[in-house]
Design a protein around this ligand. Sequence first.
Ligand code: C2E
Ligand code: MG
Ligand code: MG
Ligand code: MG
Length: 278
Amino acid sequence: HAKMEGRSRYAVFHSAMHDRARHRLQIETDLRRGVERNEFFVVYQPIVELNTQQTVGFEALLRWRHPHRGIISPTEFIDVAEETGLIVPIGQMVLREACRQLSEWRQRHPARTITMHINLSPRQIADPHLVDDTIALLNAYHLDAGSLHLEITETAIIEHGDIASRALMHLRSLGAQICIDDFGAGYSSLSYLHRFPIGTIKIDRSFISQIHHSHENAEIVRTIIALAHSLGMTVIAEGAETEEQLARLRSMSCPYGQGWLFARALEPAAATALLDAA
Ligand code: C2E
Ligand code: MG
Ligand code: MG
Ligand code: MG
């Protein structure tokens, strides 16, 4: 009986692994076809100044219009895209499209400062074409490099120390801003990250969502803001969903925020309407 049980447990385990492998393979196949057929597009989530609630910029967020599954968030495919390297062509599209959109908004609202935040995965930062691609886009769309904010995670910096550091230095020297995404979710310290040319810290959503439920989290947020300021960095709070969170963040002198309280990620036309109305 024991032998039977062992075997059937193995069979269940094996079949779960098999399902997972098949699911990944399916995503990979679909991703390749998606790249060929241009199934990816970009939506834009406003970044607001907390005191005035003015939109000062947007984060470009990738979406996939899957032919059978509908619109899919990157959390469901970014790992596979990263492992297969497909994130490189997909990311190039995001960079190009976000620059094109920014130049359109700049022409529409020449007197306003509008920043564009673009996420870069570790594989993209290691891509030798990244710097040249970025220069070409800045020129083609007559953009001020300073309006481009490139978001990378602390994990990417730690895992790809040398390559990441060289690419970031180069991008920074062009004038682009470097932003640490999901700060606090990894294991790095601000003093370690201070060696890199970082202008902005985005505090991970998990801390903001717990700001009223956990005294420790609130203190961590307060400390990150104070330390970032003393290091000459600015701060964006991610994932603000409630008025209470907003009030607390303002009381901590957090300058910028992003979250469903202000707006979800918007289709280009809706983001344009928001800019026009402000
Ligand atoms: P992220 O860069 O940290 O982006 C913020 C995520 O939080 C977005 O999810 C956004 O829709 C979501 N979010 C914003 N405000 C709120 C809120 O108030 N509450 C909650 N619960 N969520 C909120 P999204 O668009 O699904 O993207 C997930 C992640 O995928 C991103 O996290 C980023 O790491 C990655 N990603 C997105 N676009 C790109 C891209 O173009 N390239 C690369 N390499 N990665 C991307
Ligand atoms: Mg981001
Ligand atoms: Mg983030
Ligand atoms: Mg994230």
